[in-house]
Design a protein around this ligand. Structure first.
Ligand code: FO1
Length: 322
């Protein structure tokens, strides 16, 4: 499906797990929008280019996501990965690639090998899933997020790819730092800065501020573009009553010097926010956030139990732009 893009699309900045549900709400609330997606999680395994966050967004918008697992396709099977592990003793089969998901990676990798950019391959993928929203990777350049860890058993210091920390090692290592060196020298994908400059509203999805949003903001020019249009930027807290709704933000936020609260998450976007949406269970934090960060705070239900909740949250966030 061809993307019917308005020149003044709303732009959403998205990670994977936390963003998918919200974007489904945004899709039912607004016709045309652009999503800029984190690619710091991307990894090459078995020779395949895997983009977990792009795929989570695509699958969610297509209604093909697995809402329980939070990543990958619904009605998925893992026969190929099981075979890679059991028969071929593959050293890379620690990452569970579903059989349907594998088709996505084959499709994307083939396009890239034939000379497509990641932006082009992502547009082609979104088209095959019938998605009308424009989905842009944050960059066409490789920008892997690296994590500096300390092994809890041996005390050994290591720097590893985000997915190795997250999936292979089950986030069991202590984290000294999340390194975005590659993102900092990456160029934004074509259209990203233009979309941000023209957007009537820029929404920061309730994704992990350290693992998902910080890589996007580290890409050349993106942070500056948000700062320049701060009055149009609305973030939604992924933290409710001191805990992430999904994922492991609580493990990574302290490593970035952020407390695991709706205030700590807002601090990740200091100088970039016009408004910040917190859950009604965190209403007591609102005056403090307003005072400390100089932002308007909106209070609503941020727990998206279904698409109606997500649509209401998207409408509320959009409404924060006067
Ligand atoms: N997360 C896991 O916890 N274990 C996995 O084996 C795993 C495989 C996987 C395959 C494709 C994909 O798109 C995502 C996958 N994820 C897996 C999720 C992913 O590691 C992270 O949740 C995201 O990168 C964070 O947004």
């Amino acid at each position: 499906m061809e993307h019917l893009r308005e020149p003044d699309d709303i732009v959403a900045l998205a990670g994977g797990v936390g963003a998918g549900k919200f974007l489904r709400g945004l899709a039912s609330d607004t016709g045309s929008f652009t999503v800029v997606v984190n690619t710091g999680d991307d990894i090459t395994l078995h020779g395949l280019h895997i983009c977990p966050d792009v795929d989570s967004v695509v699958y969610a918008l297509a209604g093909e996501h697995d809402p329980e697992r939070g990543w990958g396709r619904r009605d998925e099977t893992f026969r190929a990965t099981t075979e890679l592990r059991a028969r071929f003793d593959s050293p890379e089969a620690w990452f569970n690639l579903g059989d349907l998901d594998l088709a996505t990676h084959l499709f994307r990798t083939d396009l890239l090998r034939r000379g497509a950019t990641l932006t082009e391959a992502t547009a082609a993928l979104a088209g095959r899933f019938g998605i009308s929203a424009r989905i842009l990777p944050m960059s066409d350049d490789p920008a892997p997020t690296m994590v500096e860890t300390v092994d809890p058993d041996t005390g050994a210091h290591r720097t590893m790819h985000f997915q190795e920390y997250w999936v292979r090692r089950g986030a069991r290592d202590a984290v000294n730092a999340v390194r975005l060196d590659h993102a900092r020298v990456a160029h934004p994908a074509p259209g990203v800065l233009e979309a941000l400059a023209a957007a009537p509203a820029i929404l920061i999805c309730p994704s992990n501020p350290v693992a998902s949003l910080a890589p996007i903001l580290a890409v050349r020019g993106i942070r500056e573009e948000l700062a320049a249009h701060r009055d149009r930027v609305v973030g939604i807290s992924p933290i409710v009553r001191g805990a992430p709704l999904r994922g492991m933000a609580d493990k990574l936020m302290p490593a970035a010097g952020l407390e695991v609260t709706a205030l700590g998450a807002a601090r990740a976007y200091e100088g970039l926010l016009g408004a910040w949406v917190v859950d009604e269970r965190d209403r007591d934090l609102a005056p403090l956030i307003e005072r400390e960060l100089g932002v308007r705070v909106g209070i609503t239900n941020t727990i998206m139990s279904d698409d109606d909740d997500a649509a209401a949250l998207a409408r509320f966030a959009r409404g924060m732009i006067a």
